[in-house]
Design a protein around this ligand. Sequence first.
Ligand SMILES: [Mg+2]
Length: 141
Amino acid sequence: MGYPQYEENFEDLDSNSVEGLIRLSRWIDNWPANRARDREAALWGRVAKVGEEGGEVIEAMIAATGQNPRKSVPDGDGLEFVQKELLDVAVTALGAIVHLREEQGVFGADPITMLHEHIAKVVTRAQEKDPNFPAPLVVQT
Ligand SMILES: [Mg+2]
């Protein structure tokens, strides 16, 4: 059985990352074992996966800092692996947003723009909370 085809045109998306996230999300959704799940179970699965990736970050931190005497500390900078796992959390969360939006009938949602807007809101709240919040960074050209 093939994957469903979607009709939207991605020329309007300004980021290959967005297109990639949408394709990854649909690939996961259309995996046979996932396609067999009901909608709520599928959403729970996508949200739970974010937590699973968070667990991998913790596992990487434990390894990088040598906390487990039964395991050796990874060669090189174990924090690079921590960073990779943090990015896995971000990608998994953004993919879950694509899944959620498509479940709501919104196709071609742009989770990168949503992330930018969310960061701006968080910064605004932080600035309002703390007068010592760092000043805007000025890019010198
Ligand atoms: Mg991971």
